[in-house]
Design a protein around this ligand. Structure first.
Ligand SMILES: [Zn+2]
Length: 352
């Protein structure tokens, strides 16, 4: 998955001839290399075990994706192709996408087979923007959706998906929008739709359809929300809804691009904020589903700070102290604004 390379430039923009020094495409392998190294070298190293994922098969992919879309991916895979403005499938890139999706299934099976209560798919390219019939936001295949459906096929009755990547988990939403046995909850900055490849708005009124009505919860948060708003939304909105749903398993779409230095997010969350949310999630999972939790690696584009935030998540989830010091965090936070923002969200939300 580290071999997956997309064209240079800053996200959707090509390198500028005006700039003497370019930076590498932020959706690159470094962010994953550093996340793995901080987990392997840091204080949690003795508490983690590592496995090797297997690629997702066509039959597995077709539980979430359409036949037509898989065919288009196979065609695009021959020479490489832009599938949307931001999403380029390089030649022979489908195999890395299969491996990323398969990593989520491998993490799920680790949990389903009772080898451990938590499995973390350290995958790239990411998952959560991939819709049943469309690629978007660097995502081609949606391992989150595959894993939720696989768990249902294996006899699990109810799955909750929590997505705290800074962007709306639109692909997961789109694929599971009619289901009442899979609750999808997405916290994200309030960016709205970004065009044909991401038609969903991420707004509070997208609540699911037919049997799925009431089982899709979007929590769009104002820009600059910060730790206090994120942790309050998690505790006051996410926790009660998941508790009420009472799932057998929780899947976390674990992006760190809500961090304070992310080039692709504006949400000012620090290591401490991620640690607090993860600690709360650990308690919630212990309470409702015997601690069963599957995580997928989503965004997080500052290649040094995002990995430290991923470490903070892992520390919270295993119940360890956050021993690593935040190298930079300092900004004055307005507590009254955080509480106001959360209350305003609750007041206008049809499901809260
Ligand atoms: Zn993201």
């Amino acid at each position: 998955m580290l071999l997956h390379r997309i064209p240079d430039g800053v996200f959707d923009s090509l390198p500028s001839p005006l700039l003497e020094k370019q930076i590498e495409q932020p959706e690159g392998p470094d962010r994953i290399i550093n996340t793995v190294s901080v987990l392997r070298r840091g204080p949690l190293s003795q508490r983690l075990s590592w496995g090797t994922p297997v690629s997702a098969t066509d039959n597995e992919l077709l539980t979430f994706h359409t036949t037509d879309y898989l065919q288009r991916l196979k065609e695009s895979d021959k020479k490489g192709k832009y599938l949307s403005a931001s999403t380029y499938l390089p030649a022979a890139g489908l195999e890395t996408a299969r491996l990323a999706a398969g990593a989520v299934l491998s993490a799920l099976r680790y949990v389903l087979n009772d080898e451990g209560s938590m499995g973390y798919a350290m995958c790239r390219p990411p998952n959560h923007h991939a819709q049943p019939n469309m690629a978007d936001g660097y995502c081609f295949l949606n391992g989150i959706g595959l894993a939720a459906l696989e768990a249902i096929a294996q006899g699990y009755k109810k799955i909750a998906i929590i997505d705290w990547d800074v962007h709306h988990g639109n692909g997961t939403q789109a694929g599971l929008y009619h289901r009442d046995d899979i609750l999808t909850v997405s916290m994200h900055m309030d960016h709205g739709s970004w065009g044909a490849s991401h038609p969903e708005s991420g707004n509070v009124d997208e609540i699911g359809e037919a049997a799925g009505e009431g089982f899709n919860i979007n929590l769009p948060l104002p820009f600059g929300s910060g730790d206090q708003c994120y942790t309050a939304v998690f505790e006051r909105c996410v926790v009660p809804k998941v508790r009420e749903f009472n799932p057998d398993l929780i899947i976390l779409a674990n992006g760190q691009d809500a961090n304070q230095f992310d080039p692709n997010g504006r949400q000012m969350v620090t290591m401490a904020g991620f640690y607090t949310m993860a600690s709360t999630l650990r308690e919630l999972a212990n309470e409702v589903c015997g601690g069963k939790l599957v995580m997928t690696q989503e965004g997080g584009y500052n290649a040094t700070y995002a990995p430290l935030c991923a470490y903070a998540v892992a520390a919270g989830l295993v119940g360890a102290d956050l021993e690593l010091k935040d190298p930079i965090a300092f900004y004055p936070e307005d507590s009254s604004r955080a509480q106001r923002d959360v209350q305003a969200l609750i007041n206008r939300h049809p499901l809260l």
